[in-house]
Design a binder for this molecule. Sequence first.
Ligand code: C2E
Ligand code: MG
Ligand code: MG
Ligand code: MG
Length: 285
Amino acid sequence: LAKQGGQNHLQFYVASIDQEIRNRKQLERDLSQALTNHQFHLVYQPQINLESKRVIGAEALLRWEHPTRGLVPPDDFIPVAESNGSIVEIGQWVLEQACWQAARWASVGTPLRIAVNLSAVQLRQETIVDDILETLERHNIPAGRLELEVTETSFMTNLAEAVEKLHQLHRAGISIAVDDFGTGYSSLTYLKQMPVQHLKIDKQFIRDLLVNEEDTRIANTIIDLGRSLNLSVVAEGVETAEQEYYLSQRGCQLAQGYYFSKPLPPREFEAFITHFHEKIVENNA
Ligand code: C2E
Ligand code: MG
Ligand code: MG
Ligand code: MG
């Protein structure tokens, strides 16, 4: 009986792996159609200067509206796009769209800095630096208005090449942020070699800030590291007034998170800024 049960279990297991492979294949097929079928859009999350309480920029985040599944989270499809290489084309679309939006905001008197996530796979492309600079130029966006968010994995394969490309981007005036700092294979050697200006504290350390002593210490350490290396520190995933207060007292300059706003479609983002800044003026009056 036990044997039979085991066999059933094994069959069930094989069937579920088979199902998983089919799901993944289907996801890849759907993903390959997503660009042409206009299923992507960007949402923008405000980044707030904790001292001036002003919105200084926005992070562009990709959304995929699947025709039957609904909204697919980036954490579910970006890794797939990275493994089959389609992130190169998708990433170029993201940059294009973000620059278009930045140009529009500038034209109505709101020149904001836009942060775009750059995959390690994109950074490995031979033409990536030229592609980025050409896109900025075409949309008439000063390089200083673009920030690229890279993760520590970008530095791992072919360090020298990554360093060289980031230096070229930096020399052109683009700023570089290390995203999800502290979760990857950080090495202080990378930080020393990279032309990096911002560290983003991963939201996993912010979630239990002030509740979990270890997380609090890690956040403190990143803030101190930023100060000593002269990098500005951005806390991501700030959800409460207590977290915001603590971070600003502790010397973290920038923050983003649901406490201020979720990532928003452009119209709502514009309304958010207006309202947020009116509130500051009121509070100061
Ligand atoms: P990320 O770049 O670290 O982005 C931060 C994530 O935290 C976003 O998730 C954002 O919506 C979420 N978030 C912001 N504030 C809060 C908060 O207060 N609480 C919580 N719980 N979450 C918060 P999202 O939009 O689902 O994106 C997930 C990841 O997907 C991003 O992490 C980034 O690695 C990747 N991604 C998104 N868009 C792009 C893109 O255009 N290109 C590439 N290569 N990756 C992207
Ligand atoms: Mg990011
Ligand atoms: Mg992040
Ligand atoms: Mg993240």
